[in-house]
Design a protein around this ligand. Structure first.
Ligand code: SF4
Length: 292
């Protein structure tokens, strides 16, 4: 189920069954060199009245709805008071509401006080998805992520401490072959410090129209082959040292090999599956079946 959308809608795989409610249109940052999602969408906030209409309509057809995802690219950029108003409206209309999810960047979280985040959590803002992409600052700067790894660690800790779970996303292949090992090792180190509730790895898919695609065409960026990506995934997972429990997943359609488990206890089992994939390429998802 979805509210009134403008442009492309993206949501995490785990929000597949959620009511997708646009709170903003586009992404307030819209500068990452690998991302084309909102390239042609002018960022704007959505009027609350229009959201209320969507919510009330959805409640008429599905009053037992339990999960909502606030779109678009970083709806957490809304002021805390605006988010509270949306959450209040959702709680008023859906008596069985369990969790509201949202995409967030580090600045969206860091600009809110611990008390504001705790209030949002009490109103069932239950999970924030944050694109770390890489724990290496040189890569983050190159891809114009807009934040340092340290800022993202602070943001994740602040959200988790306030009771909002975080799901951190790392983008395999973003450092290309030249920085593969550093990308993996630094990302593992940053994730270890974050100790998030969830961490997932996606694999870079170069999209025409992005600055990174132009770099590729100009010979300035190499696409990594599947076994190099898998090796990078292995370095990444092997280097994660979290207290946990942290759910680790590579189940996104962009990946060559799905693995999943809970860290720290399932790490060796997942590494064994990656080793099997490294030894037997028939286990890998064919290029033609990868997607975003
Ligand atoms: S923050 Fe996310 S949605 Fe916005 S440009 Fe970067 S990758 Fe795309």
């Amino acid at each position: 189920m979805a509210g009134n959308h403008e442009g492309i809608v993206i949501r995490p795989p785990s929000e597949a069954g959620s009511f997708l409610l646009p709170a903003t249109v586009g992404c307030s940052h819209n500068s990452c060199t690998f991302c084309v999602t909102y390239k042609f969408t002018r960022f704007k906030l959505r009027p609350f009245e229009s959201m209320r209409e969507d919510i009330e309509l959805a409640a008429r057809y599905n009053p037992g709805l339990r999960r909502v995802f606030l779109c678009d690219g970083d709806a957490m950029c809304l002021p805390a008071e605006d988010l509270e108003r949306i959450l209040d409206c959702l709680n008023d209309n859906f008596g069985q509401l369990e969790r509201v999810g949202i995409y967030a960047n580090a600045g969206d979280i860091l600009s809110k006080s611990p008390e504001q985040l705790e209030t949002l959590a009490s109103k069932k803002l239950g999970i924030a998805y944050l694109g770390l992409e890489s724990g290496n600052d040189e890569i983050l700067k190159k891809v114009r992520k807009g934040f340092t790894a340290e800022q993202m660690v602070q943001a994740v800790r602040k959200a988790e401490d306030a009771g909002i779970r975080t799901s951190v996303i790392v983008l395999l292949g973003l450092g290309s072959n030249a920085m593969s090992r550093q990308h993996a090792v630094d990302s593992a180190s940053v994730v270890s410090r974050m100790n998030p509730s969830y961490v997932s790895a996606l694999t870079l898919m170069l999209l025409p129209g992005t600055p990174l695609y132009s770099d590729y065409q100009d010979g300035k960026f190499e696409i990594m082959n599947p076994s190099s990506i898998l090796q990078e995934l292995r370095w990444f997972l092997a280097g994660i040292d979290v207290e946990g429990p942290t759910v680790f997943r590579t189940n996104h359609a962009s990946n060559y090999l799905p693995v999943g488990g809970t860290l720290p206890q399932d790490k060796e089992r997942m590494l064994e599956i990656i080793d099997m994939g490294l030894a037997d390429s028939s286990m890998l998802r064919p290029e033609s079946r990868r997607a975003l």
